[in-house]
Ligand binder design. Structure first.
Ligand code: ATP
Ligand code: MG
Length: 256
């Protein structure tokens, strides 16, 4: 049965999608069966996986409004070696359309239950908001991976996310926990980043992943080719870090 993880942080531009794509490709390179769900109307995980968001006949939007299944909506990421349930801007409408649905926060969970046996990992790329979409992700998941930059304001935003996760845990999904905080876009030459990193480890202990993702331009270039960074330049520092993170996740799920 698949372990299901949300990649979430309500702060924008912190590396959620880069983590989702490269963890998916990293796990696939380690021979895991992976499904990546794009839960963001921006469709960045879709494009970065080599799937054209402008040409979708089915997407996660149809799944959420009950017009299709995960199996009908998924497609292969040829470049990444995993499956994707794609998204595009249609998904922005789901938020309003779902208002009258019963159990509207559990729709994704119910849809993913039907394919969980087909995968080792299901990764959900969340939008930068604590919205109904993110709530669907949190209700469906066993745990949350929180990518963050080691900057001063990163810690401030974290308490909102931690509170939301606690509320979902208490009311909707008792499985849910923070799997770990992932330090991304890390530049060891910056004193502030070193300080924030040390603070994180002090507060969160072993909830901070051992792997650190460096700032690496190859990871930023790769999406424009529709290829995960891990595949685009295997020998880059960024690619190696995400493969290492994949291996850390495979170890980590043994304890979940
Ligand atoms: P949003 O909140 O809009 O969904 P996000 O949290 O998904 O954003 P990304 O899109 O993954 O963030 O990353 C934001 C930008 O930073 C992108 O241009 C991406 O290419 C770049 N980036 C992410 N990680 C790295 C890295 N390790 N090194 C260099 N650039 C990176
Ligand atoms: Mg994103």
């Amino acid at each position: 049965m698949a372990k299901i993880f949300c990649i979430a942080n309500q702060k924008g531009g912190v590396g959620k999608t880069t983590t989702a794509i490269n963890l998916a490709a990293g796990l696939a390179a380690l021979e895991q069966r992976v499904l990546l769900v794009d839960l963001d109307p921006q469709g960045n995980a879709t494009m970065g996986s080599g799937v054209d968001k402008h040409q979708l006949s089915h997407s996660i939007y149809q799944v959420l409004i009950g017009h299709s299944t995960i199996n009908q909506s998924k497609c292969p990421s040829e470049s990444g070696g995993y499956d994707v349930v794609p998204a595009n801007r249609n998904l922005a409408g789901a938020e309003i359309e779902l208002v009258d649905f019963d159990h509207r926060e559990s729709i994704l969970k119910n849809a993913l239950d039907k394919v969980a046996a087909d995968y080792d990992f299901i990764l959900i790329d969340c939008p930068p908001a604590l919205s109904l979409l993110t709530l669907n992700g949190l209700c469906a998941a066993h745990g949350v991976i929180v990518p963050m930059q080691c900057e001063y304001f990163a810690l401030e935003g974290l308490s909102d996310l931690v509170n939301s996760i606690k509320q979902v845990h208490a009311n909707l999904n008792t499985d849910l926990k923070i799997i770990g905080l992932l330090r991304v876009m890390f530049d060891p030459r910056t004193a502030l980043q070193q300080q924030v990193s040390a603070q994180l480890m002090q507060h969160f202990g072993d909830k901070v992943f051992k792997t650190i993702i460096p700032r690496n331009v190859r990871l930023a270039e790769a999406p424009s080719y529709g290829i995960p960074g891990v595949v685009y330049d295997k020998s880059s520092r960024g690619a190696k870090a995400y493969i290492e993170f994949g291996a850390e996740m495979i170890e980590r799920i043994k304890t979940i």
